[in-house]
Design a protein around this ligand. Sequence first.
Ligand code: PMP
Length: 453
Amino acid sequence: DPRAAFLADPQAGAAVKAADRAHVFHSWSAQGLIDPLAVAGAEGSYFWDYDGNRYLDFTSGLVYTNIGYQHPKVVAAIQEQAGKLATFAPAFAVEPRSEAARLIAERTPGDLDKIFFTNGGAEAVENAVRMARLHTGRTKVLSAYRSYHGGTATAINITGDPRRWASDSGTAGVVHFWAPFLYRSPFYSTTESEECARALTHLEDTIAFEGPGTIAAIILETIPGTAGIMMPPPGYLAGVREICDRYGIVFVLDEVMAGFGRTGTWFAAEHFGVVPDLITFAKGVNSGYVPLGGVAISAEIAATFDKRPYPGGLTYSGHPLACAAAVATIQVMEEEKVVENAAAIGENVLGPGLRELAERHPSVGEVRGTGVFWALELVRDRETREPLVPYNATGEANAAMAAFGAACKKNGLWPFVNMNRTHAVPACNVSEAEAKEGLAALDAALSTADEWV
Ligand code: PMP
């Protein structure tokens, strides 16, 4: 790989690493136990370290580089905007902000035509909850256990998975419920339709016992992402929509991860024919080249704040550089048919390829996903579905997944690994050859995982 050879500079890498270890305090980590790779460069679906190694990025960063790294048109748009007007406060109408809002509103479903900009996903969730509370005059928020909604105060409380534990009870009025997940059904269901019906009954029961008149919002990831890429059964989201309508509850779909092409449509809600009241987005909106997120708001909720001020805002809301990157990203996605590519890669390459791996590797318990949004659930025993490592395992208990991850890297693939799962989440413009290269590396690494079966 000529690019890897060009960038190889172990001494420069050592200096980057030394300063990182001395001064950077990393997210979600035991600072003394981590060993972050020093990255020299990235392009498209690949990145390089300073030692001359190249990795195929099957994580898209944190599932956000939907058009890959260093897309020349987006880089140029940021440079051009920096030359024209690098920054301007949010209370003014400026061209990249207006244009980004227009392009996003055109792609959101239904009448979600007003866009409130934030700097990322968690702030989008914070503001969606605030809008729902002000709109309804109620406070409680219902969210699913197997979910992630962000690392700030309300967003981390709403999160259902273990990342919330350290911050539990920080925000009043968060109630968790079980969303459907047939492979590990909380309702002991054996079919999709049973799971759907039981999950909706469970949600209705939760609402009845919490008091319908106290609930401002139900928030769900359209397809839960970091918690396991679990496709909701047919009818579930439509059922939640109907329940929300019946009780005057605001329906929020968090599409921070699933939005902007990841599932083979602009928004994942399209797969289910559902229009929520609010959509939170971030990540893929501009492939994360400059931090950006936001809330797409329905006409009805927007009207609440027509004559009465919305009490919320951020210094960098709709930052011109971030919005210029969003405009360019959306244009690239249209010109290069990136959303269509994600759908086709899922249907023709990743879906069939991952299912074929599952047939040959006893450590694969289930394959699920769509577009470029796939999870492999690794198990010790296919019959009992015992996870390959215990829930939320660390250290020695996590040895099997650690060995799997190391085997991926040895085979040139940078994997997304969470608990007993690996997610195949490459860029939405990944090529067929790259997707196949990723499948071959996974094939080799799964042989390592098979040793724990
Ligand atoms: N919601 C979902 C569904 C996410 O996946 C994430 C990030 N992984 C967030 C919210 C939080 O986004 P951010 O990290 O940009 O605050």
